[in-house]
Design a binder for this molecule. Structure first.
Ligand SMILES: C[S@@+](CC[C@H](N)C(=O)[O-])C[C@H]1O[C@@H](n2cnc3c(N)ncnc32)[C@H](O)[C@@H]1O
Length: 195
């Protein structure tokens, strides 16, 4: 990894390790709006799901409200983040205590994922990819650990200048590829199934 990439990554870790306390209060409503939009019609049932850059687990908390009701019990969720403090915040949430059999927390880097090839059924990453010094490496890693037909739900801040290049590089890998730009959201949403 190049020196400036290492510095950028260290800064990101520091940023989230020091802001974790206030993250939910500040971003819950904003993130929930994205989830409602991005996951409309998504089926998490009986799937092995990776939330890449899960933060404080807002998505898991949101979905777990429906977990038992919708018999999601055979869904296994892996929440991965590079910030230890963000992950620690998940452990103290009620939903984690109740549903922890379905949830694993992993401290790791999205650009170097600790999973074997063709592992996950569904990949989610909300407002995390723009933090990567090498976003192409990150998306390549997500593809590596996915099977044919794995569903992707990604969101990236619209202001990320690499977005267009990312789309044109990775679009050919997907069926049913869709990019959604809702003016109320600060993120572009990308959906597709790996070919
Ligand atoms: C804006 S937050 C989004 C969190 C969560 N997805 C949500 O919806 O609230 C971005 C998250 O990406 C994580 N992140 C940044 N760089 C990462 C990397 N290289 N690997 C894994 N996680 C990373 C940060 O630690 C932070 O928790």
């Amino acid at each position: 990894m190049r020196d400036h990439h290492i510095i950028k990554k260290k800064n990101i870790i520091e940023k989230y390790n020091s802001s974790f306390e206030h993250y939910d209060d500040r971003y819950r409503i904003i993130q929930l709006k994205k989830y409602k939009f991005a996951f409309k019609g998504a089926n998490f049932q009986s799937k092995l799901v990776l939330d890449a850059g899960c933060g404080t687990g807002l998505l898991y908390t949101h979905l777990s409200k429906h977990l038992s009701k919708l018999k999601y019990s055979r869904t296994n969720f892996i929440c991965l983040d590079i910030s230890l403090n963000m992950l620690k915040k998940i452990k103290i949430k009620e939903e984690f205590k109740k549903e922890k059999a379905n949830l694993s927390l992993i401290l790791s880097d999205l650009e170097n994922l600790p999973f074997r090839e063709k592992f996950f059924d569904l990949i989610v990453s909300v407002t995390s990819l723009q933090n990567l010094p090498d976003i192409f490496q990150g998306v390549s890693e997500l593809i590596r650990i996915s099977k044919r037909g794995t569903e992707f739900y990604l969101s990236i801040l619209k202001k990320d200048t690499r977005l267009k290049k990312v789309i044109s590089k990775f679009k050919p890998y997907f069926n049913d590829f869709m990019m959604i730009n809702n003016e109320e959201l600060e993120d572009s949403i990308i959906q597709g199934k790996l070919m």
